[in-house]
Design a protein around this ligand. Structure first.
Ligand SMILES: [Zn+2]
Ligand SMILES: [Zn+2]
Length: 341
């Protein structure tokens, strides 16, 4: 297909400013890269942390967006895994060096020279983007473009968080019931776990949403669940939830924080940690996490709840996420998706 010389993009020029709608030259794929016509791109809480300057080393100007669904429309030299016309998903992990101490230990999520989509590499709030083919995924056919987008970060990071919560978990707490939680709760229920969902106090709508997705119990954060948790996952950027989750967790239990940024964790008495409770974080993802999760999602099947915004309403989508007014995930829809849905 003919690729236009320019494209529309929503660009972050400096932190703490709204994104600006801009015409830019369409990118060209370098060696090992594919050029992608973007159909849909999810909006993630990490995007808010970048806009707010809480993640302090973005490339600037920057095109945000690391939950990209599109079609391969041109190939750089040496591309082998994808062909023209393939549907492709692009996640947060956009590049790793393959050589540093972490890459050599099978911990590419911790790579010292990693590139991150929509942070240190341009992302998907645009009509076109380029990505290194080794970090792109083939997507399960069952998902339309918009429905597939949240799988690529909310799903993948949610899955890594879930995996690190341990495999002998019966009672699993989830603090913060947004995009990641609504996806991974379905996987947990499918795998026979009992899910306890904690929302902002008084968010009965969020609690109903959690119960509809199979949660055994849903209530206000700050209250204790009816049973002690074997593990807890935290998806809200609120440090005090770490203490609340410890308080709700049984001996030997794990509290895993899935977010990239969190407010300070308040001091707490050692007895809450004693008896071999563990606090840990999740950073980024590995390609293995992605392959595993994208194989599991259609088996469950995970159903994503999305609110669509046109590309030019990206600022509104970010505001809506910030206000906590979304059920599920926000997704930007490009003009190229209109004939699909
Ligand atoms: Zn994300
Ligand atoms: Zn590395």
């Amino acid at each position: 297909m003919a690729i236009p010389a320019t494209m529309r993009a929503m660009v972050l020029e400096a932190p703490r400013q709204p994104l600006r709608e801009t015409q830019l030259p369409a990118p060209q794929p370098a060696a090992q890269q594919v050029l992608i016509q973007v159909h849909a791109c999810g909006v993630c809480r990490t995007d808010l942390h970048i806009v707010d300057g809480e993640l302090s080393e973005p490339k600037l100007p920057l095109i945000l967006g690391h939950e990209i669904v599109g079609t391969v429309v041109a190939l750089g030299d040496g591309v082998r895994r994808f062909r023209l016309g393939d549907r492709v998903g692009v996640p947060w992990l956009g590049y790793t060096c393959g050589e540093c101490r972490y890459c050599r230990k099978d911990q590419e999520n911790l790579c010292e020279r990693a590139g991150f989509t929509g942070y240190t590499l341009d992302g998907g709030y645009a009509e076109y983007t380029v990505a290194y083919e080794q970090y792109c995924f083939h997507l399960p056919a069952a998902y339309p473009n918009a429905a597939a987008a949240p799988l690529l970060c909310a799903g993948l990071i949610g899955y890594r968080t879930y995996r690190l919560s341990g495999d002998r978990v019966e009672h699993l707490g989830i603090y913060g019931f947004g995009a990641a939680a609504h996806i991974i709760a379905q996987v947990a229920v499918h795998q026979g776990k009992r899910v306890y969902a904690f929302t902002k106090p008084g968010d009965t709508q969020g609690q109903d949403f959690a119960r509809r997705l199979g949660a055994a119990w849903a209530g206000d954060s700050g209250t204790l669940p009816p049973v002690e948790l074997d593990a807890a996952m935290i998806f809200a950027p609120v440090g005090s939830l770490v203490v609340e989750a410890l308080r709700a967790t049984a001996k030997g239990g794990v509290v895993v924080s899935g977010g990239i940024h969190m407010s300070d964790i308040p001091a707490f008495p050692y007895r809450l940690l004693w008896e071999e409770r563990v606090i840990r974080s999740v950073a980024n993802l590995t390609r293995r996490d992605g392959e595993e999760f994208l194989a599991i999602a259609p088996q469950v099947p995970v159903e994503t709840t999305v609110t669509r915004f046109p590309l030019e309403h990206a600022n509104l989508a970010l505001q809506t996420l910030r206000a906590g007014e979304l059920e599920g995930a926000a997704v930007l829809i490009m003009p190229s998706d209109r004939d699909v849905q």
